[in-house]
Design a protein around this ligand. Structure first.
Ligand code: GDP
Length: 320
């Protein structure tokens, strides 16, 4: 991989730490010139891929509040896109935007396959990184503020109404909860942070707990940091994002509750606007734009797209 170090996201204002060798860094580097990605060649997944790709944006003047988010989203500048490695980048003047997943800045690569969830089961709750499953399967961690919609998203991804309730059972809320998908990879539910109403002793000190997991779990392909798009950015979320960036932990921002319309008490902004604001606030933390995606567990917006993104990260990780 060429000059990986120079392409890593860096927190501009803070000291830069060298990456742990165990953390996969691939998501940062749009590299090599492989054959162009052709969605129609990956049947039977082609239909899902096509429907997940972005539609040409209509004129925003015509767009009412109720247009689907993908169609209402303005075109994302090329330098704000997330381009996975081994993605054919068109030469100057070429257009990547036709391969951007709806409601996101994520370009699809040839690794986006086998995304469907056909089986999901709870495997175990662990209190330390060392206790976690040791079968070497790749995994994605879901993390976010309490009440961000993490359980709802997990249930939506696996199309099970109550699977994530397991993580909410007494004794499990402060654990690393592993769910095995299709017998081949894991979704990992981490404790929610920032729940002000919890007694002090029950609050997660993520500095001690999840930090160790993020830095030492060798099979962690990426962290999916959930951010509530129905409210303005919270300081604790910005801190979390900056910590992940500073420590070069591969991160995808998953904006939740994107079905919720603007509310005066929430600053009167629409989810799209809160998403944009969050991007601006974290822009200084990273050299390259991290991947982000808009979701709703009410409308299932972004569900297939999140799974496709996980699939392309996973398949690349497995190959390297
Ligand atoms: P968790 O604490 O992060 O696991 O959050 P939950 O999944 O339990 O959701 C917290 C609250 O937000 C519940 O009242 C959910 O019904 C609601 N919620 C979760 N996801 C969405 C969403 O996508 N849209 C809307 N409108 N509400 C949501």
């Amino acid at each position: 991989m060429v000059a990986v170090q120079s392409l890593l996201p860096r927190l501009l204002h803070l000291p830069i730490f060298l990456p742990k060798p165990t953390i996969p860094l691939f998501f940062l580097n749009p590299s090599s010139a492989k054959p162009p990605f052709n969605p129609s060649s990956s049947r039977p997944f082609a239909a899902l891929l096509r429907s997940a790709l972005v539609a040409p944006p209509p004129s925003l003047e015509d767009a009412g509040d109720d247009l689907p988010l993908a169609a209402a989203a303005p075109q994302i500048p090329a330098d704000r896109l997330f381009v996975p490695p081994e993605t054919d980048v068109p030469s100057a003047g070429g257009d990547l935007s036709a391969r951007v997943l709806k409601g996101s800045n994520i370009v699809l690569s040839k690794y986006a396959r086998d995304a469907q969830v056909v089986q999901a089961e709870f495997v175990k709750s662990s209190v330390t990184t060392e206790d976690c499953p040791s079968d070497g399967l790749p995994e994605f961690a879901l993390v976010g503020r309490s009440n961000v919609g993490k359980s709802a998203l997990l249930n939506s991804l696996v199309r099970r109404k109550r699977l994530a309730l397991i993580s909410k059972k007494p004794g499990k809320t402060q654990c690393i909860n592993h769910f095995r998908i299709n017998d081949s990879w894991y979704l990992v539910d981490l404790p929610g942070y920032g729940y002000a109403a919890a007694p002090q002793e029950l609050r997660t000190d993520w500095n001690k707990f999840t930090k160790n997991y993020f830095l030492n779990r060798s099979t962690l392909v990426g962290v999916f940091l959930l951010i509530d798009a129905s409210i303005p950015a919270k300081k604790i979320d910005l801190e979390y994002a900056s910590w992940l960036g500073q420590n070069q932990v591969p991160m995808t921002l998953v904006f939740t509750k994107c079905d919720k319309r603007k509310k005066k008490k929430n600053g009167g902004k629409r989810p799209e606007e809160n998403v944009q604001d969050f991007q601006e606030l974290i822009r200084g933390f990273f050299d390259t734009a991290p991947p982000w995606i808009m979701t709703s567990s009410v409308t299932n917006l972004g569900r297939d797209e999140v799974l496709l993104h996980m699939a392309q990260l996973r398949n690349y990780w497995l190959k390297h």
